[in-house]
Write a protein that binds this ligand. Structure first.
Ligand code: GUN
Length: 296
């Protein structure tokens, strides 16, 4: 089967362009500039690089952004005080505390200190609860991005069997809940398989749409899917590759060649789900700014 490659880079660029245009209109018509605040704690190189990418996206979209970096020794109280300042700052519509935080800090307590109206990561229990019961909420960026990939690729989800492999709070649980809702681009029958399932293949073979987020290379191979499946690969894994300058390459959780040969459509890694996360962060921040302006 000739599978369609779902181009996350192109879809992400289109969303950022829409956000940029809508931000321009919001500025012109209502004098509002969406503002996003980043908190980095410690010197984690990956976290610093992620935040730089998010700052660049803010610039592209015409947002105001500010980054505060605290030392790894910062106390939980210092972090909470920083978040509290932004919670009451009318120029800040989104707050992103880059995770992971140092071990001595209670991440849940920090996440819960963010105003749910400014929780552009969609990690606050109020937003998680609203998602589950189908109320308007700020949705976590990676699953919101997967939803957009499916919608914008014209993939029918209503009545289809979506199998999610992985039950993380960041991807597996929220994407299952998004696609379960009785809403456009959703309304699917959803199964969540995970590490306690003895025979993962017994679940994945039933999938019309298969979403894999385990963080494990080759979680899904060709013998584990049916012909015509749509595959969304959320994994980002480094594997050794002496032929590459860096000595490694990035692969997903799915055997791309084998599964791709049977799939109707598949997301590549890199260039599939990855670029969508930042686009949805921009969309969430714009939505939060609009809602603040409407007093909702
Ligand atoms: N660390 C890795 N991914 C994320 C993310 O999406 N949000 C935050 N806040 N931290 C992260």
């Amino acid at each position: 089967m000739q599978s369609n490659i779902i181009d996350g880079r192109a879809i992400s660029a289109a969303i950022k362009e829409e956000v940029r245009e809508q931000t321009r209109a919001l500025k012109e018509e209502r004098r509002i500039v969406p503002g996003l605040a980043f908190l980095l704690v410690g010197e984690n190189a990956a976290s610093q690089s992620y935040v730089r990418s998010k700052e660049r996206a803010c610039e592209l979209c015409g947002f105001h952004s500010t980054t505060v970096t605290l030392p790894a020794t910062a106390s939980e109280e210092e972090i909470l005080a920083r978040v509290d300042n932004w919670n009451i700052d009318p120029d800040i519509h989104g707050i992103l505390v880059q995770l992971p935080l140092p071990d001595h800090v209670d991440e849940d307590r920090v996440i819960e200190s963010i105003s749910p109206l400014k929780d552009v990561d969609g990690f606050h229990p109020v937003n998680v609860g609203k998602l589950v019961i189908g109320q308007e909420a700020l949705l976590p960026c990676t699953p919101a991005g997967i939803h957009q990939l499916l919608l914008r690729s014209g993939i029918e989800t209503a009545g289809k069997h979506v199998v999610v492999v992985g039950r993380s709070n960041i991807v597996g649980k929220p994407i299952a809940n998004i696609l379960l809702q009785k809403a456009a681009g959703a309304n699917a029958v959803v199964t969540v398989a995970h590490s306690a399932a003895g025979d993962i293949a017994a679940y994945t073979r039933q999938a019309d749409i298969l979403i894999v987020a385990t963080g494990r290379v080759n979680t899904v191979t060709a013998d584990m899917v049916k012909d015509g499946v749509v595959v969304v690969d959320v994994g980002i894994n480094r594997v050794e590759d002496a032929s590459r300058e860096k000595g490694y390459r990035i692969v997903g959780d799915v055997d791309y060649e084998g599964v791709g040969a049977k799939a109707a459509a598949i997301t590549p890694v890199p260039g599939g789900v990855g670029p969508m996360t930042i686009a949805m962060l921009m969309q969430n921040t714009l939505n939060a700014a609009r809602r603040a302006a409407d007093g909702r």
